[in-house]
Design a protein around this ligand. Structure first.
Ligand code: ADP
Ligand code: MG
Length: 251
């Protein structure tokens, strides 16, 4: 044992993770580690197992074997709502916002509840919620759309709103599945700016196909193929990896 050598503390440590669907291993002995304040992007061809990895981390799918440690807590044995409480937020591919509510109301209802509120504290609490809603609205470029009904937002603005609904819960790990799909070029650039801003307090795990976007945000890229890691490292490293080039050219 090395004297004075401390094992590195990762925010998220996925080790030997496997899930088998009727004998088919969608994720197969996968290990990867995400640092604090890191933006990690997972890329890979369709069916590589990317979405399944997020499903496993958020508890939507149960692992067949392996471990997922988040701040030292084992997630594979927890239920979805317990995982949310440990500080993991997940955005699915299609936005799940309330169309008939305003932007303000969508953010307000996403504010974490649970602490008991006594009458005398209601006012303080309400103003705290309002302040936080405004803070998040500014971050997601919707501060002048607070009173607009969510169904009137553009596709990109709806995606930002849903990111905002997660941010208001202040997760330590935010997971996004193809967040810029269907966005315009300028919306993509703003989303990259948004992600780069929010990692001051958290880490982000993103699945994305748009290579320009990946280049704009990724600290490290993990390339998945058939449920396993094909390559991992900086964007430059994986882009020049012959194994990656072969898989992408073959598609
Ligand atoms: P990606 O997001 O990389 O495109 P997925 O994680 O969605 O890939 O899927 C990986 C593989 O696992 C696919 O072959 C898919 O059909 C299969 N799969 C995903 N979820 C399930 C499930 N709940 N039951 C059975 N097969 C599944
Ligand atoms: Mg997917």
């Amino acid at each position: 044992m090395l004297v004075g050598h401390q094992p590195k503390e990762f925010l998220l440590a996925v080790e030997a993770l496997t899930v088998s669907f009727d004998g088919f291993k969608a994720v197969n002995d996968l290990s990867f580690y995400v640092d604090e304040n890191e933006i990690r992007v997972i890329i890979g061809p369709n069916g590589a197992g990317k979405t399944t990895v997020l499903d496993l981390i958020c508890g939507k799918t149960k692992a067949t074997s392996g471990s997922i440690q988040f701040r030292g807590k084992e997630l594979t044995r927890m239920k979805e709502n317990e995982i949310v409480k440990t500080g993991v937020g997940r955005k699915f591919q299609n936005p799940s916002i309330y169309d008939d509510l305003t932007v303000f109301e969508n953010l307000e209802i996403s504010y974490p509840r649970g602490r008991s509120v006594f009458g005398a504290l209601t006012f303080t609490r309400d103003s705290a919620v309002r302040d936080r809603v405004h803070e998040v609205a500014e971050m997601i470029f919707l501060k002048d759309k607070l009173n607009k009904s969510a169904d009137l937002l553009s596709h990109g603005q709806k995606q930002w709103l849903e990111i905002g609904m997660l941010l208001i819960q202040d997760p330590d790990l935010l997971m996004l599945d193809e967040p810029v799909a269907g966005m315009s070029v300028s919306e993509r650039a703003k989303t990259a700016e948004l992600l780069n801003r929010i990692i001051k307090n958290r880490s982000v795990l993103v699945i994305e196909h748009d290579m320009k976007f990946v280049e704009d945000i990724a600290h490290k890229v993990t390339v998945l193929h058939q449920g396993q890691i094909l390559s991992e490292g900086t964007m430059e490293k994986v882009q020049n990896d012959p194994k990656v080039i072969e898989v992408y050219l073959g598609h």
